[in-house]
Design a protein around this ligand. Structure first.
Ligand code: OAD
Length: 250
């Protein structure tokens, strides 16, 4: 078990006392389920791929087939993955304490949902969802699920391509998700930040918002992150190791 035992106890006591807890998760949350992170040295996706080519509208327009195939591979990885002990510990805590935990995730996989957190707030969309690149002008709108098979699939009426339902670089976050996440961050008494580098905004700013309103901020990450200064406690360890140790006794 990693994470200093005294710090683990302290963190657990903060969580025990907190009437409302906001949890912010990032790619490290799903690393032990076999889904690669973005910025980890060696294994991170952005070490091997150019995010502007693969995760921007510009990159999609330049080579839609390349982007579509890259997401198809990632989707297959997500479908094959299973929630780990960290996802399960969060879901079990939420079930034991109805209404006490708000889960906010930057992850586009569905592992929190499959573990049982059906109402997790998804800041960066859903990799398994599909939508039109251009807004559909028909009424009622054409269904992207019925597009003509191709890489990417296209509308049989107008040729509009289908794109993955994720937020790309340069795009705004879904308004309702960001609003709900900011509200939860401002209202919580404890914020638990798990497996994020804290490099991507506005998600990275949620810990500071919680801290400013008087919440205790606890980080779980085997490595330092860019938002460690916002935290009273940084527990060095992984999500699947530390979350059950932290939450199962509560
Ligand atoms: P990053 O890849 O930037 O950071 C992953 C973090 O997880 C690092 O700080 C690692 O140290 C940590 N980590 C690795 N393994 C872990 C484990 N087993 N348990 C806990 N932590 C672990 O991922 P994010 O911070 O999520 O955007 O990246 C933010 C956004 O940048 C992503 O949502 C994605 C990306 O571009 C979109 O998809 C829109």
């Amino acid at each position: 078990m990693s994470g200093h035992p005294a710090e683990l106890d302290q963190a657990r006591e903060h969580l025990r006392r907190a009437a409302s807890i906001c949890v912010l998760t990032g790619a490290g949350m799903s690393a032990e389920s076999g889904i690669p992170t973005f910025r980890d040295a060696m294994t991170g996706l952005w070490q091997r791929f150019d995010p502007m080519q693969l995760a921007s509208e510009e990159g999609f327009r330049a080579d839609p087939g390349r982007v579509w195939r890259w997401y198809a591979e990632r989707r297959a990885g997500v479908r094959a993955a299973q929630p780990n002990g960290g996802h399960r510990a969060l879901a079990a805590f939420a079930q034991r304490h109805p209404g006490r935990l708000t889960l906010v995730t930057q992850n586009v996989d569905d592992l929190h949902q499959r573990a049982g957190n059906a109402d997790a707030i998804r800041l960066h969309g859903d990799i398994l969802a599909e939508r039109w690149l251009e807004p559909c002008r028909r009424s009622p709108s054409c269904d992207p699920g019925r597009a003509l098979a191709a890489e990417p699939p296209r509308c049989g009426e107008c040729g509009n391509p289908v794109r993955p339902g994720v937020v790309w670089f340069g795009e705004a976050l879904p308004y309702h998700a960001l609003d709900a996440a900011e509200l939860a961050a401002r209202r919580c008494q404890a914020m638990l930040v798990v497996g994020t580098s804290g490099a991507v905004w506005p998600a990275a700013g949620l810990a500071a918002q919680a801290r400013r309103q008087g919440a205790v901020v606890i980080i779980v990450n085997p490595q330092p992150s860019e938002i460690d200064d916002e935290a009273q406690l940084c527990l060095a360890g992984t999500a699947a190791q530390l979350l059950p140790a932290l939450l199962d006794p509560l």
